[in-house]
Design a protein around this ligand. Structure first.
Ligand SMILES: Cc1cc2nc3c(=O)[nH]c(=O)nc-3n(C[C@H](O)[C@H](O)[C@H](O)COP(=O)(O)OP(=O)(O)OC[C@H]3O[C@@H](n4cnc5c(N)ncnc54)[C@H](O)[C@@H]3O)c2cc1C
Length: 379
């Protein structure tokens, strides 16, 4: 690797801020561009919390990447002196026979992860905030908890700047043009030449790269915050949680101890036609499913939300992200990261590091073969 390779990072959000930090830490000359500014809430990040887990209920092959991310979360916290993540545990709850229960137990067994299995009685006794159903069980992932998304993006971006990187704020990139051995980045009224580019534009991927041969389905995600009517939510243990069935949902007690944030799974999110026109109005009908979840599973939450916020995320068909050089002649120096399908934040330092590997060395030692690695179809 040339230590002063010039690399552009397009989109300084979740993945872009981490890619900038990893590139700058490795001595690259890094320039970031964002249509807004790091830490904004108009895209996939925001909403005060994201879940971090060590055990993966979707696919146990993510665990080594999570372990790499875990080390880098520690490094970023140490380098910035900020608490970006707090390990409060994460409960996966639902019917014992649910497939995600077996996958999570498989990932725990394969990788020797710190956990507890709770039957319905133990769950009801220890976590009275949840109404447990017959046949339910829970797995408590102990090396899990919440991440602060806004602070993380800001901290990674600022750390990159401290290491010499620069960021063009409020500067949307309009075009990425391969030229010779490099790439030209065009914004309104300006163009700059780089050796390589990392494209991390999240929900804008189809806008910037309309000819992409893979579908990234952009969806609108609603987060809703509810205030508890009893003290059981803010006892000594305050785990994040995911319920697998009958409605797949998740939640996090707010770090300030005031409310609990709830969210739903992919199938329930509306499509977004144009990321520049995200509809932030929440209709009362959209809340019915939350009200029903509260009635059935979390009766100590007052069913009228105190805050509602809307975000966007890109989903691939397999739910595995797209990662690698763009196809097409001359595009070897353009690395795309997209389609994190609702579970990218916890992995973002690892994905940023992999982006740095790909941009600087053209390959990565990290085990990403099972992802929707660009140029091949994932197994
Ligand atoms: C409500 C919600 C809850 C979630 N919960 C979790 C969770 O609990 N745990 C977890 O691990 N993951 C979770 N995720 C997923 C995770 O947040 C995303 O996978 C991740 O944030 C995606 O990062 P990104 O970098 O692709 O997109 P973003 O973070 O949106 O970054 C894209 C950036 O590109 C910029 N940009 C766009 N177009 C241009 C352009 N042309 N030029 C310059 N800049 C541009 C944007 O302004 C933005 O800053 C959740 C997502 C949502 C929406």
């Amino acid at each position: 690797m040339s230590s002063k390779k010039r690399v552009a990072v397009i989109g300084v959000g979740t993945m872009g801020s981490q890619a900038m930090w990893r590139l700058a830490a490795r001595g690259a000359d890094v320039t970031g561009y964002d249509r807004f500014a790091p830490g904004h809430d108009r895209s996939a990040a925001g909403g005060e919390t994201r879940i971090f887990r060590s055990a993966h209920f979707e696919d146990s092959r993510y665990v080594p990447l999570l372990q790499h991310a875990d080390r880098l979360w520690g490094d970023l916290q140490q380098e910035t002196g900020r608490e970006l993540r707090r390990l409060t545990g994460c409960l996966l709850m639902g019917p014992t026979a649910h497939q995600q229960m077996s996958t999570v137990l498989q990932s725990i067994a394969e990788h020797g992860l710190d956990h507890e299995v709770l039957d319905a009685d133990a769950l009801a006794k220890r976590f009275p905030q949840f109404r447990v159903e017959d046949g339910d069980a829970a797995v408590l992932d102990r090396h899990a908890g919440f991440i602060r998304p806004e602070l993380t993006i800001l901290s990674a971006a600022r750390r990159a700047e401290e290491l010499g990187a620069r960021i063009h704020r409020y500067t949307p990139v309009r075009e990425i043009v391969p030229v010779g051995n490099g790439v030209e980045i065009r914004t309104d009224g300006r163009s700059e030449r780089f050796d390589a580019a990392v494209v991390t534009v999240g929900p804008w991927v189809n806008d910037l790269l309309p000819d992409l041969p893979w579908e990234v389905d952009i969806r609108r995600l609603l987060s809703a915050w509810y205030v508890p009517t009893a003290d059981d939510w803010f006892g000594e243990e305050r785990p994040a949680f995911i319920r697998t069935a009958p409605t797949h949902c998740y939640g996090l007690p707010s770090p300030d101890g005031v409310s609990v944030k709830l969210g739903l799974s992919r199938a329930l999110h509306r499509p977004v036609d144009d990321p520049n026109r995200l509809d932030r109005t929440v209709e009362p009908e959209e809340l019915e499913i939350f009200t029903e979840l509260i009635r059935r599973h979390m009766p100590d939450l007052n069913p009228d939300p105190v805050r509602l916020s809307v975000y966007m995320e890109g989903y691939t068909e397999s739910s595995r992200p797209l990662m690698g050089p763009l196809p097409g002649a001359g595009n070897d120096n353009v690395v795309l990261l997209a389609g994190f399908s609702g579970h990218g934040f916890k992995l973002s330092p690892a994905f940023g590091d992999i982006a740095a590997d790909l941009a600087l060395d053209g390959s990565t030692p990290q085990p990403i073969d099972f992802l929707s690695t660009i140029g091949r179809t994932a197994a």
